[in-house]
Write a protein that binds this ligand. Structure first.
Ligand SMILES: [Zn+2]
Length: 339
């Protein structure tokens, strides 16, 4: 960022009407930061150490504006944003939470850390966010397990920020690695819900995607759905039993057919609050294969024998890995490390 953009000390008229922010006010401070109608008495050396942008602003600031005997640096940001930002610099980021309630504060801090180039704290927050919007399938599966209620109902919005908020934030701070999983996350609800956006808990206003991102998510959704259809056609329709099949009759072939019909009935939909989740659907197909007839008796069973189950499980695992690997391409996102 160009320091002149921030144009320090333009708002000198505010300085005498500004109110001291007592929680971030150090008597041994040697610089006053003015943001909106609040001021903070802080330490130049600390700010310069953490932020190269603030360091540059401090070096070039006009020292003629003084408050409480210290030079004043005026910042163009809203006072709550600077409050959270300074709190992060002085106290660390442990006060932030990653749930939907804590998201407005977390996103404010992340925007400020990005703007003022406080790299280490920004990286720490991004690492924590990546647990919920990850780049690997293993992390995604762990996340899904953590947000699925015991009854099997998928309830992410109680625990996590809405994916639309994550997509907007990732765009704003220019951090693409969050985008493929956030867009996939979003693509699992209906296109109508995607287009309607999400209501902000603070302003009660609806926030939606940009038109370009909306089209991208809907296009990615179609591609993901096509992958599942192809998987069903190639791997389940008319699937032959394993060469090591333990059943003599058609039991395993019939079992695969039953699984195919279950998938076609959209098992990921009504049952779990998800309308389109191929990753979930494929792993459910695998779970339907838990063998209750490992010795291969001739008792009729709708589940395949262990060798057939094992072969199909490997097929599902490979398909899920391939699916995950495609997400950046399907959602038109360039990421340097994925999968
Ligand atoms: Zn079999």
């Amino acid at each position: 960022m160009d320091a002149t953009d921030l144009s320090a000390n333009r708002h000198s008229a505010n300085v005498h009407a500004a109110i001291k922010y007592t929680d971030i006010y150090f008597k041994d401070g040697n610089i006053v930061l003015l943001a909106g109608m609040s001021y903070f008495l802080v330490h130049q050396g600390l700010l310069s150490r953490h932020s190269e942008v603030l360091d540059q602003l401090i070096r070039t600031m006009d020292n003629s504006l003084v408050l409480e005997g210290r030079p004043v640096l005026t910042l163009p940001d809203p006072s709550p944003d600077i409050t959270h930002f300074l709190k992060a610099i002085y106290d660390g980021i442990s006060f932030l939470t990653h749930d939907s309630q804590g998201f407005p504060t977390l996103s404010s801090v992340l925007r400020m850390l990005t703007k003022y180039k406080v790299h280490h704290l920004r990286n720490d927050i991004l690492r924590a966010l990546s647990v919920s919007w990850p780049t690997t399938l293993a992390q995604w599966d762990a996340r899904e397990t953590s947000v699925t209620a015991k009854a099997g109902t998928y309830t992410p919005l109680d625990a996590l920020p809405h994916p639309i908020q994550i997509i907007r934030l990732a765009r704003e701070i220019d951090y693409p690695p969050l985008l493929p999983s956030a867009m996939y996350d979003l693509s699992r609800i209906t296109p109508r819900q995607v287009a309607l956006g999400v209501e902000s808990p603070i302003t009660d206003r609806c926030t939606g995607l940009t038109y370009t991102d909306l089209l991208t998510v809907l296009k990615g959704r179609e591609r993901a759905s096509r992958f599942l259809s192809t998987f069903i056609l190639n791997e389940l329709e008319g699937r032959q039993p394993s060469r090591s099949c333990l059943h003599r009759k058609d039991t395993c072939r019939i079992a695969f057919e039953a699984i195919m019909f279950e998938l076609l009935r959209d098992i990921g939909g009504i049952i779990s609050n998800l309308t389109s989740d191929p990753l979930y659907a494929m792993s459910e197909a695998e779970k339907m294969h838990i063998c209750d007839d490992p010795l291969g008796s001739e008792t009729p069973s709708m589940k395949p024998c262990e060798p057939c189950r094992r072969e199909f499980a490997m097929t599902v695992d490979a398909a899920r890995v391939q699916f995950w690997g495609k997400l950046p391409e399907w959602f038109d996102i360039e990421v340097s490390t994925w999968g």
